[in-house]
Write a protein that binds this ligand. Structure first.
Ligand SMILES: Cc1cc2nc3c(=O)[nH]c(=O)nc-3n(C[C@H](O)[C@H](O)[C@H](O)COP(=O)(O)OP(=O)(O)OC[C@H]3O[C@@H](n4cnc5c(N)ncnc54)[C@H](O)[C@@H]3O)c2cc1C
Length: 281
């Protein structure tokens, strides 16, 4: 496996990483423990993934489309490990949620640039169409939504934490799921929004609401600010029906959302969380 690096950028990224080699920030239990159980049952293989297309999602995010021969289809919400290996054998890997609905050997990942990061700028700026990386997955058995489930779903995403939630939305649309979905999507400002045309188009049974933390569009009804309890109470479904909740984003966002949901009386066993990394956003 070759990483066809552009030399200067690559050397810089390698230099950054060798001092910061720790694993990508991960999820905690129960997501982690479930995924370990799945791994124990069926060891995952590294597969070759060829980049076949890319599209810009925002100023700082891109969706990369891979062909992955032998891909064992994923469930909405699962993630993959992406491994890059340099010609001298140096190797590093990161986790990325699958953004797309199941679609044969096709796997779409949406990468948000971390400015001083090693892997995200490489995937966005250096990897070219026709080049390959290694990919292992699908991973995760807890933070998943199955389209046969009909109960209401509350999706709460912060920043790029919307990625696995989008896979759930797309899976529901593609397979004709009937569960009422409400997506609460927190972003700093409008330019940071991912999947704009698709979410704007909407679909029956999907209610999308934006929370802006730094700057909102002029007519936006909600004051700018971080997620609050009142953002989570409006449901659109009968008061006696509690949704199953999926929360994903930076660690601080996820912890705040989970605390608010629990405070509002949601059963902690029905709040599924996935943490992408350091707090913020
Ligand atoms: C289960 C899971 C799913 C994920 N899915 C996605 C996804 O769909 N899209 C996506 O863009 N990312 C996702 N991530 C985050 C991703 O794995 C990487 O952490 C991220 O791309 C940064 O990697 P990097 O090599 O560019 O930065 P690094 O070289 O690892 O880090 C550089 C600097 O940025 C900080 N940093 C690292 N990660 C983050 C982060 N997520 N947010 C803010 N600062 C950070 C580090 O502390 C360090 O200071 C996911 C993480 C997990 C655990």
């Amino acid at each position: 496996m070759h990483r066809k690096a552009k030399e200067g950028a690559d050397a810089e990224r390698r230099r950054l990483t060798t001092t910061r080699r720790g694993a990508a920030p991960g999820t905690t239990s129960p997501a982690g423990s479930e995924s370990q159980v799945l791994r124990a049952r069926a060891p995952l293989r590294w597969l070759v993934a060829e980049l076949v297309d890319r599209r810009a999602e925002s100023r700082t995010a891109q969706t990369l489309v891979f062909d992955v021969p032998g891909w064992p289809e994923h469930l909405a919400g699962q993630h993959v490990d992406v491994r890059l290996t340099a010609e001298d054998g140096y190797s590093t890997q990161r986790s990325y949620s699958v953004a797309s609905a199941p679609d044969g050997d096709r796997v779409e990942l949406t990468i948000q640039r971390v400015e001083d990061g090693e892997v995200s700028p490489y995937l966005m700026d250096v990897l070219e169409r026709g080049e390959q990386v290694e990919l292992r997955g699908p991973i995760g058995g807890w933070f998943v939504w199955r389209p046969e489930r009909a109960e209401p779903v509350l999706l709460v995403g912060g920043g790029s934490g919307v990625v696995p939630l989008m896979s759930m939305v797309r899976t529901r649309g593609a397979l004709g799921g009937s569960a009422p979905f409400r997506l609460l999507y927190s972003v700093r400002e409008p330019d940071d929004q991912l999947y704009v045309p698709e979410l704007l188009r909407g679909e029956p049974g999907l209610d999308t609401e934006y929370l802006y933390t730094r700057a909102a569009p002029p007519e936006h009804p909600r004051p700018v600010g971080r997620l609050r309890a009142e953002d989570l109470v409006r449901g659109g479904w009968p008061a006696d029906q509690r949704p199953i909740c999926y929360v994903c984003g930076p660690t601080g966002f996820v912890e705040n959302a989970a605390t608010l949901l629990t405070g509002l009386g949601h059963d902690p066993g029905r709040i599924r969380t996935e943490r992408f990394g350091p707090s913020g956003g």
